[in-house]
Design a protein around this ligand. Structure first.
Ligand code: NCD
Length: 321
């Protein structure tokens, strides 16, 4: 594997896609690409993070993101600690910042943080000495999800530039949508969002996307169909009349998929609600669905993120100061 120069990634933290250049994104995806090969091999362990400590601090539930960050750190040789809110002092009323300062005193090199409030991870990053990776904050950002989606697309379609990507469903509450919209715009893809008006954020057109309320228009000739879960845990009140009606108008099934390009790729960040936003038959279509591949790419992208942040020029400068 090629050695990295510390100047290759000029960032101390990975909090948002905003602020990354197309060069930063390409550097990260190229490195992740090498880890895909490593992860497919028999011997999966390297020592690039040997001697480093990584704390995963999750204030919200997670299956794939947390496991993926844990495996990523371990495969690079880091010591990885997992903390969840259950069983921590947060349950006893400790504030986010006090928890962060307590963990910071143990000198972790990287903290991977997921929190239910938008902006909480940025706040925490201002208080600690090591690198911070945002593993999802409220409906704000989920940068490593957008990066793993980009890697999945780039491997299948060879490029991101010029592709038509339809992101469909609960755009309003989705940090995945927001991070993907930003990344795809930076890399030159054309993004459409498709949702009922109640699930579109107010200033959505300012994000430079095409807005559709009708799947028939939104999916036409799309290269990528990215489905999102209805994030009921972030909804106060009713945003859709009924699940049945929602599936009828916005659920992805064979008929709606036929409007996209014949080789259009189906994606979903998970967890999927089968029969709500996606029909089982299309979700499991081995020729069209990249949903499992997204999970695989997640480990590689997180390995690349951990490595770039711990070896970056910005991290070195901070340590030297
Ligand atoms: C997403 C998340 O947590 O934002 N899931 C994930 O990270 N794989 C999307 C979701 O919860 O619907």
């Amino acid at each position: 594997m090629t050695a990295l120069r510390p100047t290759d990634f000029p960032h101390r933290h990975l909090l948002d896609i905003e602020g990354l250049s197309s060069r930063d994104i390409t550097t990260l995806l190229d490195l992740a690409e090498q880890y895909v090969d490593l992860n497919r091999g028999f011997e999966k362990k390297l020592s690039r993070l040997h001697g480093r400590t990584q704390i995963n601090l999750f204030f919200e539930t997670s299956t794939r993101t947390r496991t993926s960050f844990e495996l990523a750190g371990k495969r690079l040789g880091a010591d990885v600690i997992n903390m969840s809110v259950e069983g921590s002092s947060i349950k006893k009323g400790e504030t986010l910042i006090d928890t962060a300062m307590t963990l910071n005193a143990m000198q972790p090199d990287v903290m991977v943080v997921r929190h239910h409030d938008s902006g909480a991870v940025d706040l925490l990053a201002q208080k600690v000495d090591g690198a911070v990776i945002n593993a999802g904050d409220g409906s704000h950002a989920h940068p490593t999800q957008a990066l793993l989606d980009a890697l999945t697309i780039r491997r299948r379609k060879k490029t991101l530039s010029g592709l038509i990507v339809a992101i469909c469903g609960d755009i309003m509450h989705s940090r995945v949508a927001r991070s993907n919209i930003q990344l795809l715009a930076i890399m030159g893809a054309l993004v459409r969002v498709v949702a009922p008006p109640t699930l579109l954020p107010p200033a959505i057109d300012r994000l430079g996307v095409e807005v559709h309320q009708n799947m028939r228009e939104g999916l036409r000739d799309a290269d990528i169909v990215m489905m999102l879960r209805l994030q009921t845990e972030r909804m106060q009140g009713s945003f859709v009349p009924s699940v049945r009606e929602y599936f009828h108008f916005y659920g992805l099934d064979r008929k709606k998929l036929a409007l996209a390009k014949p080789d259009a790729l189906i994606m979903h960040p998970g967890p999927m609600n089968r029969g709500v936003e996606i029909d089982t038959e299309v979700a499991d279509d081995i020729h069209r669905s990249a949903i499992r591949e997204q999970v695989e790419m997640g480990v590689a992208v997180r390995m690349a993120s951990l490595e770039l942040l711990t070896h970056s020029s910005a991290a070195r400068a901070h340590r030297a100061a």
